[in-house]
Design a protein around this ligand. Structure first.
Ligand code: PLP
Length: 413
């Protein structure tokens, strides 16, 4: 099964003009909008006469034209009817899950998810909302199905897991979700363009646009891509999680992220090219490296079937350095002596970002849950950038590994 390349839909969607015929969309800075005939206010307020139904925009927390234009591009990227952008990836996740689940409902979640997502379901939801979650190995489809109860509303997974890089079998998970009449929600932050979860059967796709989509580590932003009905539910005046809780994206942020969408495909190709090269060489050196583009990766065959080959296997690899001390020694050396990248959380930046997941972005997880998800203490996540030349960056990485004695003896040329 080969994915379509979403850039064609994206290119058509982008063909809009700015307010004065500009090649860029306009920034609509107004928080509120003029209603020309007061008697139309009730319909506009009730969501019956929005800008696409002959009415007008109402208020920026509801729909802002600039945010809306970016949202349409996200819908095109993910092949959904609609989408809406939010102030962060976490607000996109929390709004989606709270919209789908009522008090007492249940989520079956992958046990390898971003630490903030784990905290939301593991620590925040139970006392604050009464929504319970069971964490399972998402690659064990029998375990997923066995965890479903009559209160389960959602199967939640990351398409490419943070930080384990395990790949969700979206078509098979979708079949399970459909059999039980529940929703499959997929966080596609690690693999925009590479994987198209909706085409593979997911119901809702979430992005932290803070990462690859923005690409410059300068904005916190999120998106929810779904059918029109679900996006409208999120905007409901009484029970809409975006409308009432209000994690609204600033139009200036929407405008700036919009400027990066056209080169997202080029960036994803370059991230993947370099990550594949480094992963292969690290493997040759005898390092414990994990990357979905290596045939040694447990899900290599699966992702090869599901992905859009134009974008390879993503921009992230992991190196298991054994202990947190060795991992930290490597990170400090790579940053402070070799200038290979930055010791920083996050990913999808044009420079390389490196962190030890167990003590950073997965630190919310209990030691037991980290072990169950195979997040070992020495696991280093590298989001490979594309600055400098590949060979320059490779010599920085390989020299540091050799100098600290991390390369198995016989492999040193
Ligand atoms: N989803 C994934 C896979 C992430 O890695 C992150 C953050 O690292 C988030 C969601 C949360 O996104 P944000 O920081 O934009 O709220």
């Amino acid at each position: 099964m080969t994915n379509r390349n979403p850039v064609e839909t994206l290119a058509n969607t982008r063909h809009e003009f700015g307010e004065h015929g500009g090649v860029n969309m306009s920034i609509e800075a107004s928080t509120t909008f003029t209603v020309m005939h007061s008697n139309t206010m009730p319909d506009i307020f009730g969501g019956k006469k929005g800008p696409d139904q002959g009415g007008c925009y109402l208020y920026g927390r509801h729909f802002n034209p600039t945010v809306y234009t970016l949202s349409k591009q996200l819908a095109a990227l993910e092949g959904t009817e609609a989408a809406y952008c939010t102030a962060s990836g976490m607000s996109a996740i929390s709004a989606t899950l709270m919209q789908l689940c009522d008090q007492g409902d249940h989520i079956v979640s992958s046990n390898a998810v971003y630490g903030g997502t784990y905290a939301l379901m593991h620590d925040l939801f139970p006392p604050k909302t009464g929504i319970a979650s069971t964490f399972v190995d998402i690659t064990d489809l029998d375990a997923v199905e066995a965890a479903i109860t009559d209160r389960t509303r959602v199967i939640y997974t990351e398409s490419m897991a943070n930080p384990t890089l395990r790949i969700a079998n979206i078509p098979r998970l979708s079949a399970i979700a459909k059999r039980h009449g529940i929703k499959l929600v997929v966080d596609n932050t690690f693999s925009p363009l590479i994987l198209s979860p909706i085409k593979l059967g997911a119901d809702i796709v979430i992005h932290s646009m803070t990462k690859f989509i923005s690409g410059a580590s300068d904005y916190i932003a999120g998106a929810i891509c779904a059918d029109t009905e679900f996006i409208q539910q999120l905007m409901d005046l009484h029970t809409g999680m975006l409308m009432v809780l209000g994690p609204t994206m600033d139009p200036q942020v929407a405008f700036n992220i919009n400027l990066r969408i056209p080169h997202l495909p080029i960036r994803m190709v370059e991230h993947a090219k370099r990550t594949q090269l480094f992963a292969e060489r690290l493997q040759e050196m005898g390092m414990t490296v994990s990357y979905p583009g290596l045939s040694s990766h447990p899900d290599h065959e699966l992702i090869s079937e599901l992905h859009c080959p134009d974008y390879g296997y993503g921009g992230i690899l992991t190196l298991d350095m054994g202990t947190v001390e060795t991992a930290n020694e490597l990170l400090d050396m790579l940053q402070n002596e070799y200038h290979f990248g930055y010791v920083a959380v996050s990913l999808g930046y044009f420079d390389t970002l490196m962190s030890c997941s167990g003590s950073s972005t997965s630190s919310e997880m209990t030691d037991k849950d980290k072990a169950a998800a195979c997040i070992s203490p020495g696991l280093v996540r590298l989001s490979i950038g594309y600055t400098g030349t590949s060979e320059q960056r490779w010599s920085q990485l390989s020299e540091a590994l050799k100098r600290m004695g991390a390369v198995p003896e016989q492999r040193i040329a």
